[in-house]
Design a protein around this ligand. Structure first.
Ligand SMILES: [Zn+2]
Length: 201
């Protein structure tokens, strides 16, 4: 039997479909919205519709944008020959926020996962190859995540691009800042040894 009136149950059900939101959190959010001033619900509903209407993929890098072409692809100072390949827009945002990378990006929108039926044709790999033909790219930095699928995707891309006259690099993985070797799993330690580098002053 449903505890709340049907319209409220419906909202809880919709909210619980969101990632990381279970039944309990969905109920809390729904009740909060219900108890708050109507501007909050109206603003939220408007924002939801607006992002769905306005946000599209940049036709160059496939990141989200509400412009024709995203600001990074429009910025000529970022055409420095480096192209960073990421799984999703969230990864691009994290790198961008760090301020460490000044080149351009290419968002794959996923990783290879044969068991889930995700092959190269389901990712933006064809578009990546087309970009490499058109743009003056000297280095491709593969920044997929250090998961089994992320590694498979990185190896696939490295093989695919091996014959091109482009430097292919992979971001390093290992002990995080502030980490402690005693508590690292052997996979992380193995990776940190593999990606060791000379100390530069
Ligand atoms: Zn773009």
């Amino acid at each position: 039997m449903e505890v709340y009136p049907p319209s409220l149950e419906k909202l809880i059900k919709q909210l619980s479909r969101l990632p990381g939101i279970g039944q309990k959190s969905a109920t809390r959010v729904a009740l909060y919205l219900l108890n708050s001033r109507s501007e909050l619900a109206e603003g939220l509903a408007k924002s939801l519709m607006e992002v769905k209407e306005k946000i599209r993929f940049c036709p160059v890098c496939f990141n989200f944008t509400d412009d024709e072409i995203c600001p990074i692809c429009r910025d000529t100072s970022r055409a420095n020959g480096a192209l960073c390949i990421v799984e999703g827009p969230g990864d691009q945002l994290a790198i961008e926020e760090s301020g460490i990378f000044k080149g351009r990006y290419h968002v794959l929108h996923g990783v290879l996962s044969p068991l889930d039926g995700i092959g190269p044709e389901n990712l933006r790999i064809g578009e990546l190859l087309a970009r490499l033909e058109k743009e003056d790219i000297k280095e491709v930095i593969i920044a997929t995540n250090p998961t089994a699928q992320g590694e498979t995707t990185a190896s696939y891309l490295a093989d695919l691009l091996a014959k091109k006259d482009i430097k292919i690099t992979r971001i390093a993985f290992g002990v995080p800042m502030g980490g402690d070797l005693k508590y690292m799993d052997s996979m992380t330690l193995r990776h940190s040894f593999k990606s060791r580098m000379p100390i530069t002053s």
